[in-house]
Design a protein around this ligand. Structure first.
Ligand SMILES: Nc1ncnc2c1ncn2[C@@H]1O[C@H](COP(=O)(O)OP(=O)(O)OP(=O)(O)O)[C@@H](O)[C@H]1O
Ligand SMILES: [Mg+2]
Length: 261
């Protein structure tokens, strides 16, 4: 069911348990009434959402809605002025940015941010450093992105944009995360690569990785998401399943400014 207007703000009492969230230590990633500002300018006005293990939540909204800021708040890169962010019940606000990946949250920032002078393999090994055990992880990641095998010795800065995006996603997965935050990972990718990435995201369910995905391509978002959160001006205005949204073109027009054929 599509919740009422500004439903996200009603979740102060804690988000309901989602599919797969069965134990206290398995409660997922939860944001509760998070507020953020850059200097004097408020940007998030009480964002509440949750991602359960193995669930894909897609965050959609127009430019400037606050999607990137939401992900940065989870990663400790911007400090909320109010609200709570919890991982399996543990508070993340106040932790330093390097501590959060160690708890199992990986981040693929908008615009990739690789180390351009390092090789592909060196970039991936930076991801492996986050976790204590790396046995099998690199092999698993290279199975997901076989094209990278031939590029391991190439400097990341010389890869095509699409290849760099693959490396950025692969590097995040090298941390063997329980939650993966991705900010517009399909930006600039050709359709075949978009499909590869979408399949990879769908495949993470079997490893119980929860995904918080910011995505501008609505068809991709609806094809990978278990739930979609529509954000406008720093608030989650609606949450719905893709099937529910398919019948609500009005919402897509209203919050994203697009008509879907
Ligand atoms: N470092 C910053 N300093 C000041 N204002 C910022 C900063 N980063 C973002 N903002 C502002 O905060 C608002 C939300 O930005 P944010 O990057 O979170 O939006 P977004 O939803 O990710 O947009 P897009 O779809 O364009 O990536 C915007 O108005 C932006 O100008
Ligand atoms: Mg953004």
């Amino acid at each position: 069911m599509i919740r009422g207007r500004r439903a996200g703000r009603t979740a102060r009492g804690g988000a309901p348990r989602r599919r797969g969230a069965t134990r206290d230590g398995d409660r997922g990633l939860e944001l509760d009434a998070v507020r953020c500002a850059y200097g004097e300018a408020p940007v998030l006005h009480g964002v509440s959402l949750s991602v359960a293990p193995g669930e894909v939540l897609c965050l959609l909204g127009r430019n400037g809605a606050g999607k990137t800021t939401t992900l940065r708040a989870v990663m400790g890169l911007v400090r909320p002025c109010a609200g709570r962010i919890r991982l399996d019940g543990r508070d993340l606000i106040g932790l330093r940015p390097h501590e959060i990946p160690r708890l199992g949250v990986a981040y693929v920032p908008q615009g990739r941010r690789l180390f351009p002078f390092l090789t592909v393999e060196e970039n991936l090994r930076m991801g492996l450093l986050v976790q204590r055990r790396d046995a099998g992880t690199l092999a698993w990641v290279l199975e997901l992105f076989p094209a990278l095998r031939e590029r391991l010795r190439q400097r990341a800065g010389t890869l095509s944009g699409g290849e760099q995006q693959m490396v950025a996603t692969a590097r995040a997965l090298c941390a063997n995360p329980r939650y993966l935050l991705m900010d517009e990972p399909t930006e600039g990718l050709m359709p075949a690569m978009v499909q590869t990435l979408a399949e990879t995201i769908r495949g993470l369910r079997t490893r119980r990785v929860g995904v918080l995905l910011v995505e501008q391509k609505i068809d991709v978002a609806l094809s990978v998401a278990d739930r979609v959160a529509l954000m406008e001006q720093g608030r989650i205005e609606h949450q719905a399943t893709p099937a529910e949204l398919a019948g609500r073109a009005d919402l897509l027009v209203r919050y994203l400014g697009v008509a879907r054929s």
